[in-house]
Design a protein around this ligand. Sequence first.
Ligand code: HEM
Length: 208
Amino acid sequence: MSYIYLYPKWIRLWHLLNGLLFIILIITGLSMQYTNKEDNIFLVGFARAVKWHNIAAILLTINYIVFVTGNVITKNFRFYKIERKNFLSDLISQFLYYSRGMFRGEKHPFPVTENRKFNPLQKFTYFMAMYVAMPLLIISGIGLMFPEITVNRFFDVSGLILTDLLHVIMGFLLSVFMLIHIYTCTLGSTPGSLFRSMLSGYHESDEH
Ligand code: HEM
């Protein structure tokens, strides 16, 4: 078994807070969506949900700024850089490993090294989640929190409805991402090894 230090303290703290805030946002978001006017309370009810959704969203935004700043000023961003060369074939190799190879006991096609923290599928989904979906989620959330700054109408459709739609779609996609993410995090050298890495900072590998 070999150990590579890949998750510095700031990433572990960011990630812990990000995960906790996400869970609060999902519970409160669903409560707002499904609590109806007849006061049929779903999960935590409407008023409490609005309050805690706003608080968690502000903290998530600050935490997101920490994530982006940390990635810019440390070398962590290099792990997210997607190479255009062999982009599709690498994605397919990783997908085939997850869907077939690992059940046949084949070796990881892209084992973790000091210079490769993520496999191509992780790289792509983490990039899309952190640099496409999160900004859209945050910007649309700010638009809903301050409706006076949101575009009034867009091609004759209410700007607020479009902002809301974008926010709900991003929230849904990121929630699905989180579920698949948790599942793929069980596919390390042992089911618990990647979760331990996110606590200790060290990636455990038996391929070296
Ligand atoms: C509470 C549920 C979550 C659990 C249990 C969890 C678990 C993990 C684990 C074990 C890792 C390390 C393995 C790896 O590098 O792939 C990881 C990394 C990561 N997770 Fe999560 N995660 C959760 C929620 C989230 C959410 C909601 C997001 C984003 C919206 C997210 C984004 C990331 C990113 C970007 C990394 C790589 C960080 C880096 O090293 O630069 N995670 N997660």
